[in-house]
Design a protein around this ligand. Structure first.
Ligand code: SF4
Length: 83
């Protein structure tokens, strides 16, 4: 069976942000709308520095097109459910 892009070679679970499965960044990445480096640097890297994560955990609303560094990507929808 083919290994996933970020799957660890060891049997231990990969280190990643707990919000990844629900995060718009995962959606945008899978749609080919953002570069893999965002996912590598934050979601599967040092997610403690992710602005989205910090806001999420403080229950502070933020748009879906806010990148992990806090910048707004105007090429992306502010809500992934927008048409
Ligand atoms: S963008 Fe931030 S909050 Fe979303 S999965 Fe990546 S590290 Fe977590």
């Amino acid at each position: 069976m083919r290994k996933g892009l970020f799957e660890s070679k060891s049997k231990s679970k990969p280190r990643r942000c707990k919000w990844y499965d629900l995060c718009p960044m995962k959606y945008f990445y899978e749609q080919g709308k953002i570069d893999k480096s965002w996912i590598e640097q934050y979601c599967f890297g040092d997610y403690t520095h992710c602005v989205r994560k910090r806001l999420e955990e403080r229950h502070i609303p933020h748009p879906d097109n806010m990148m992990p560094d806090g910048s707004i990507n105007k090429d992306l929808p502010s809500c992934i459910f927008e048409k």
